[in-house]
Design a protein around this ligand. Structure first.
Ligand code: CU
Length: 634
């Protein structure tokens, strides 16, 4: 944290990529510019500015990847399990050869311990803030300085259960923050204990910090962990369990030589002359670390037996995308070979798919997304495999180019497959047998939401602008305000509980964004070029849509929107054919690249009770941006 390299600020009028590179390793950030009148055809032209920072060169694959610990309840509250989980500053050994790193953990762990929950069994959690008075990382106090009291002592935190179908007051909204021992609280703070109803289907959820304006710093410092929601229905499938079920949180980090976390600050862009009045420190448009960290270890290796494993993959990186595959790997030469075993996708953000789907190309996973996959290593006994990422740092889906790979992170994790003879050891032979059984043909029932169900259509823009310091600010807009609204502008998305909505995200920027909705899980209808669908007035031609990939099927709470495309999602607010529930109140929707979320790609939405809108028909007219679908066909 002492070693702050200065990096250039982004500007907007040139379509450039501001980046920072170094020779041995790279620790940099990239900003992707967006013109005010974007066209689908444009391409970004990278331009480089050099900084000096690179992480210490660490020998790869020397540490075994740890399994996150599991946290036990502290006691009971109202007859239900009750947890007190502390956020505190801890020392953590990220690599054999790296001095211990000061990080922030939950319950003394980095990443935080896994909460094991069961469908139908609610729990309560008090997320105790025991962090020091000073932030571990440089805080840019110009971000929302009108609504954030930066002069208040203490570090602001608030924990969001990502993917949780939970009541508004337990959601962990960005302005429900609080400092150490609740000494100061944000305007939306309502209660100390969060209640998680756990009545949604089994899923790979996770918890992480969500405090307004500093989420990127709190998450980077370490405030994240798994929340695995299980059910009897899922247990009956006999998917790989115990040692054959491995949660893996993929993150990128950069370090200084003393082992401390490195997080950059932006400087004025001398090439463009913009940003002369930049603050110090200054937010960077994106962060890309040069070191792969999995479950809190840098460049680790994973030992498996020649059998089937279930991996709960989570992209816990700040900005980075991953495009994953397993490749055969020669450790002596460092060369990759043929494709290794394929991923069988069994679940996404919101739980199991209807049936296992082979991932026929790479598995794409954006920040905040989860992929529940099974890999059968039985044909690879005695081999070494590499979990390989080919997503460039500046990610644009298929339109990505080699020039975008300014901070490459191609090697993520090494996998050693044991010989058949010593697979798993004696004690687990029965489990190994069980794990190698074929996957069930049917996993669960996923009811289809269709266009005919839609009550309201919304056209929402992903865009960017320039602030008074010449820095780029990413924004979310509506059909009426396509240039974007701030997080504290009045709510424009006000669905009624029980309704189904079509949200069409139009990406006017040069990069892909993983868009997240709190509370709900939605289904991807499809994607199409921006020019083919421009507003809620247009009809959707289902035949023209690109259909969901394996990793986009079923229930999602994050969906990737590539540049110059429109992504249509179907969202039902409330219970839907026996799944999810009828929460109302205020929640957030935002880009899950946390640098973008902080500045300023985040907006509220408010789910209104059905009775409220019936009693007050005028409230529908308030929603400037919504198009109520006429029911003339009735
Ligand atoms: Cu974004």
């Amino acid at each position: 944290m002492s070693d702050q390299a200065e990096l250039p600020l982004g500007g907007l009028s040139r379509r450039e990529v501001v980046l920072a590179t170094s020779v041995a390793g790279v620790s940099a950030l990239a900003g992707c510019m967006s013109d005010e009148t974007p066209t689908p055809e444009r391409e970004a032209s990278p331009a480089a500015t050099v900084t000096t920072h690179s992480s210490p060169a660490l020998e790869r694959w020397v540490d075994e990847v740890p399994r996150p610990g599991v946290v036990d309840p502290t006691g009971e509250k109202d007859g239900q399990p009750y947890y007190e989980i502390e956020m505190s500053e801890i020392e953590h050994q990220l690599h054999r050869d790296l001095p211990p790193t000061t990080v922030w953990g939950y319950d003394g762990q980095f990443p935080g311990p896994t909460i094991e929950a069961r469908q139908g069994e609610p729990i309560s959690v008090r997320w105790q803030n025991k962090l020091p008075d000073e932030h571990l990382l440089p805080v840019d106090t110009t971000i929302h300085s009108d609504i954030i009291p930066y002069e208040t002592p203490g570090v602001r935190t608030v924990t969001h259960l990502h993917g949780g179908n939970i009541e508004s007051e337990s959601d962990g909204k960005s302005q429900a923050w609080y400092t150490r021992d609740f000494a100061a609280t944000g305007p939306e703070f309502e209660q100390k204990d969060y209640h998680y109803v756990n009545d949604q289907p089994a899923a790979t959820l996770w918890y992480h910090d969500h405090a307004l304006g500093i989420t990127r710093l709190n998450v980077y410092a370490g405030l994240a962990g798994f929340y695995l929601l299980r059910s009897d229905e899922e247990d009956a499938l006999e998917l790989p369990r115990g040692e054959y079920e491995v949660p893996l949180v993929l993150q990128d980090r950069s370090f200084s030589d003393d082992g401390s976390l490195f997080y950059p600050t932006a400087i004025a862009d001398e090439q463009s002359g913009r940003g002369d009045s930049h603050p110090e420190p200054s937010i960077v448009p994106e962060f890309y670390g040069d070191t792969s960290v999995v479950n809190g270890k840098a460049w680790p290796r994973l030992s498996v037996g020649p059998t089937s494993y279930r991996f709960r993959l989570l992209n816990g990186s700040n900005s980075r995308y991953y495009n994953l595959t397993l490749l055969e790997y020669d450790e002596s030469t460092g060369e990759t070979g043929d494709e290794g075993p394929a991923f069988a996708q069994i679940g996404n953000d919101g739980g199991l798919l209807a049936e296992p789907v082979p991932v026929d190309d790479r598995l794409e996973i954006g920040s905040g997304q989860r992929a529940d996959v099974v890999v059968d290593f039985s044909e690879y006994a005695g081999e070494t495999l590499l979990l390989h990422n080919d997503a460039p740092a500046l990610y644009r889906g298929d339109q990505s180019s080699a020039d975008d790979d300014i901070v490459p992170l191609h090697e993520i994790l090494l996998v050693d497959v044991a010989d058949g003879a010593d697979a798993g050891g004696e004690a687990s032979e029965a489990g190994a047998e069980e794990a190698t059984e074929n996957l069930p043909n049917e996993l669960t029932r996923v009811p289809d939401i269709t266009l005919e169900d839609v009550d309201t259509k919304r056209y929402l823009t992903l865009t960017a602008d320039q602030d008074e310091h010449g820095r780029m600010v990413h924004l979310l807009g509506t059909e009426d305000e396509p240039d974007g609204l701030a997080v504290d502008d009045p709510v424009t998305e006000e669905p009624t509980v029980g309704d189904t909505e079509l949200w069409s995200f139009a990406n006017l920027t040069d990069m892909s964004h993983p868009m997240h909705l709190h509370l709900v899980h939605f289904q991807l209808l499809g994607r199409q070029p921006l020019g083919e669908y421009q507003s809620t007035e247009d009809e959707i031609d289902l035949d023209a849509l690109e259909s969901p990939k394996a990793y986009e099927q079923g229930w999602n709470d994050v969906i990737t929107v590539h540049p110059a495309e429109v992504v249509h999602i179907l969202v039902h607010f409330g219970e839907y054919e026996g799944v999810f529930n009828d929460q109302t109140g205020t929640y957030m929707w935002h880009c899950h690249m946390v640098e973008h979320e902080d500045y300023d790609m985040m907006r509220p939405f408010a789910v209104r009770p059905a009775s409220e809108s019936e009693e007050d028909p005028a409230s529908e007219a308030q929603g400037e941006t919504e198009t109520r679908v006429a029911s003339e066909s009735d």
